[in-house]
Design a protein around this ligand. Structure first.
Ligand code: NDP
Ligand SMILES: O=C(O)C1=N[C@H](C(=O)O)C[C@H](O)C1
Length: 248
């Protein structure tokens, strides 16, 4: 049995995850904390792993606290791009016997979308990311879109791909989107979405679109449970669910 604490337990993902953990074999929910609760209760509850689903403004400090107190972390909160992961590696590197798993998206389809996008990106002149989420989301672009742009950029750099063609010289309102490692990322916020993303790849005469939709938060739960079963005994920092799912 792995003794698990959920941070952000009253939130949309935290509450859905707490129910999934309670129903999962091999996992025991020993603590759930939200705004105003003391992190010290995790130590009192004997938590071995913490699932972080708080907001991006507090998640890094909470993850660091857990690592410093010998509790491994599975981080679902967005905002852990390459720079934050590097910072986390330093913290985890100073503490024996704990590990951190940063998961930009727990749904199997999104994990595969990111892999396929990286695989396809060097074969096309153009690539852009469009993410679509519910309007209660506080951060943009999404963590998934940032990670997708990062793996696309890494794949294109490794392949020696040329810069993306773009004749735009006038864009006073930012209509061409945010640039994440040079990859344009566009964010839509509309009621009706949970989490969707398209990766649009273009070459002369053809467009290749990779699309993923999460229509309920249950789509994330098999990944959450698999991550929590995987983390005990791991050290260092791992990014993405690929290794957990045996994709590497
Ligand atoms: N990796 C993945 O697959 C997924 C990741 N996410 C990410 O997870 C994060 C949470 O999303 P979601 O559940 O929708 O957001 P919510 O706002 O519903 O949940 C966040 C919860 O954390 C609480 N919280 C805020 N500050 C603290 C604190 N200092 N200590 C303890 N609890 C705190 C919030 O309380 P209050 O509301 O009172 O502020 C809220 O209950 C986001 O970054 C989102 O992008 C979401 C879906 C899937
Ligand atoms: O806030 C959300 O809802 C989601 N957040 C994650 C992200 O920022 O990528 C994962 C998923 O897209 C849902």
């Amino acid at each position: 049995m792995t003794r698990v604490a959920v941070l952000g337990a009253k939130g949309r993902m935290g509450s859905t995850s707490a129910a999934a953990i309670e129903a999962a074999e091999g996992l025991e929910l020993v603590a759930g904390i939200d705004v105003g609760d003391d992190l010290d209760s995790l130590v009192g509850a004997g938590a071995e792993a913490a699932l972080v689903f708080t907001t991006p403004d507090v998640a890094f400090d909470q993850a660091r606290w857990c690592v410093e107190h010998g509790i491994s972390v599975v981080i679902g909160t967005s905002g852990f791009g390459d720079d934050k992961v590097a910072e986390l590696r330093e913290v985890v590197g100073r503490h024996d016997g704990v590990g951190a798993l940063v998961v930009p998206n727990f749904s199997i389809g999104a994990v595969l979308m990111m892999r396929f996008a990286a695989q396809a990106a060097p074969f096309f002149e153009s690539v852009e990311v469009i993410e679509m989420h519910h309007p209660d989301k506080v951060d943009a672009p999404s963590g998934t879109a940032v990670r997708t742009a990062e793996v696309i950029a890494h794949a294109r750099r490794d392949a020696g791909s040329a810069a993306l063609p773009d004749a735009t010289t006038t864009d006073p309102d930012g209509a061409r989107g945010a640039k994440v490692e040079g990859i344009p990322v566009h964010a839509v916020r509309a009621r009706g979405f949970i989490a969707s993303q398209e990766v649009v790849l273009g070459d002369p005469g053809e467009i290749f679109t990779i699309r993923h939709d999460s229509s309920t938060r249950e789509s994330f739960m098999p990944g959450v449970v698999a991550a929590l079963r995987w983390i005990p005994g791991r050290t260092g920092v791992t990014v993405g669910l690929d290794e957990v799912l045996g994709l590497e």
